[in-house]
Design a protein around this ligand. Structure first.
Ligand SMILES: *[C@@H]1O[C@H](CO)[C@@H](O)[C@H](O)[C@H]1NC(C)=O
Ligand SMILES: *[C@@H]1O[C@H](CO)[C@@H](O)[C@H](O)[C@H]1NC(C)=O
Ligand SMILES: CC(=O)N[C@H]1CO[C@H](CO)[C@@H](O)[C@@H]1O
Ligand SMILES: [Mn+2]
Length: 431
């Protein structure tokens, strides 16, 4: 026993002498192990319950995203003196998939992505590409759980999502004045209530949209003889609606990774996309000589440096070989490595929120898609941390530019879809 203990000590000394990683030194588990090893398992030093049962392996425990602390943030009463934990960045799941035009299943996206994130945690969270550990920096990061969206009624679901984001964005941050949310979809339609919530805080938002599809399609680009106001709210038309209601910047929004087939016999979809305020980078641009760095340059040239930017990642921007678990696959897409590289270069933009959407675990194979989504969420949160806390000055500067006189109809845009829906008479179709 004595012999094996000193052997253990010897091994420990050797390995410690060779490990020069600062992150390792900061690892609380490392110190627990060091103390335990150097003091031995003496009868006098009683290990705490935390020593004994605190540390766990990646695949153990109840799964929040990256083993982050969990809190149901929608149940925080911001007006009570109850000081539940304040946070700066949070995961929020939006398991909504009844506005999709093809394969569904993204209601299982948030849980699938959480499950695939199990090998991420604070203790091995250092992002070597960024040189920081986003989980161990200035920001307090939580998993806020899911918005309990109904699958039975899209009008009601839209209302729930609108109210949820309004509530989440009205909470105070800890170091940041407003928390940032990393949303896990859900189908892509969830972006509309997200942009409504962000508009209320920041004014118009510039959107960078990683997707194989445009998602600026007018609702009548879908079979639409049978229609209602809420039937216009889809995962392919939410950007058209966001523009219609003035929730996005008027220009310099950007698509990256496009390769969808277009309507009819020409460029009409692109012309309508121009009108919605988007510029386009197609997936094939990566094949040009020096394509990847040209794409990065174009992104940085297009997006404003001093205004709020939102990053929306439809997992179908990746090639189906890298992301089979999604609703509307398009061949010829990005690799994970290309997408991560592009995201890393966006450090320096004022990222006020982000999402990873359209992850459909029922169509996934061997967790390929959910693992990619978990890594993308980690990269997006790294960007938020790199960008530093959101300040009062930043918010005021952007709001001032957009100061409105009188009632700002944009604050209630989605209410009008919902109200019109109530008034909708199916009979009018037969007049
Ligand atoms: C404070 O809020 C937290 C989080 O919502 C909740 O779990 C807790 O019960 C609340 N405490 C009191 C005293 O209301
Ligand atoms: C909240 O911010 C304070 C200082 O602003 C800091 O000391 C504290 O550690 C932060 N809380 C968390 C949980 O990060
Ligand atoms: C598709 C649909 O029914 N759209 C209606 C939404 O509400 C407005 C205002 O009542 C109608 O004019 C639209 O026809
Ligand atoms: Mn999409």
């Amino acid at each position: 026993m004595k012999f094996s203990l000193s052997l253990l000590l010897l091994c420990f000394t050797i390995s410690a002498a060779h490990s020069s990683y600062e992150s390792l030194q900061q690892n609380p588990n490392y110190h627990a192990y060091k103390e335990q090893s150097s003091e031995g398992f003496s009868i006098n030093s009683k290990p705490s319950l935390e020593d004994l049962w605190g540390p766990f392996w990646a695949y153990q425990g109840i799964q929040s995203f990256a083993h982050l602390p969990f809190q149901n943030c929608l149940m925080i009463d911001k007006d009570s003196s109850n000081d539940s934990e304040l946070f700066d960045i949070a995961i929020i799941g939006v398991p909504f998939d009844t506005a999709t035009s093809f394969r569904s299943g993204t209601r299982f996206g948030p849980q699938g992505i959480r499950s695939a994130s199990m090998r991420q945690d604070k203790w091995r969270g250092f992002n070597f590409r960024a040189g920081i550990n986003p989980f161990d920096n200035w920001a307090n990061i939580l998993d806020c759980g899911d918005i309990p969206v109904t699958p039975m009624d899209n009008t009601l679901a839209l209302k729930q999502m609108q109210l949820a984001y309004k509530q989440l964005l009205s909470l105070p941050g800890n170091t940041s004045v407003v928390p940032r949310y990393m949303s896990l979809g859900g189908d892509h339609s969830i972006l509309l209530p997200i942009l409504q919530g962000l508009y209320e805080v920041y004014g118009e938002i510039t959107v960078i949209h990683f997707d194989s599809h445009l998602d600026t399609w007018a609702p009548d680009k879908y079979p639409s003889f049978w229609s209602s106001n809420t039937s216009e709210f889809t995962h392919g038309s939410m950007l058209w609606l966001a523009h219609k209601y003035g929730l996005m910047a008027q220009e310099n929004n950007l698509h990256v990774g496009l390769r969808t087939r277009l309507s009819d016999d020409g460029w009409e979809d692109y012309e309508e996309d121009n009108a919605v305020g988007f510029k386009r980078i197609v997936a094939d641009a990566l094949l040009d000589e020096d394509g990847l760095s040209k794409v990065v340059d174009q992104i940085l040239k297009t997006l404003p440096k001093d205004k709020p930017v939102y990053i929306s990642v439809d997992i179908d921007v990746l090639d189906p070989s890298a992301a089979p678990g999604t609703g509307t696959m398009e061949v010829g897409g990005l690799t994970n490595r290309e997408l991560i590289h592009i995201l890393r270069k966006m450090k320096g933009l004022n990222i006020v929120g982000a999402d990873v959407v359209e992850v459909s675990p029922p169509y996934d194979t061997a967790e390929i898609t959910t693992t990619a989504a978990a890594q993308i969420a980690y990269e997006l949160m790294t960007l938020m941390v790199e960008n530093g806390p959101i300040t009062e000055e930043f918010i005021n500067k952007n709001k001032k530019v957009l100061a409105h006189s009188g009632e700002d109809l944009r604050l209630t845009a989605l209410d009008r879809i919902i109200d019109e829906e109530r008034k909708y008479q199916i009979n009018r179709l037969f007049n």
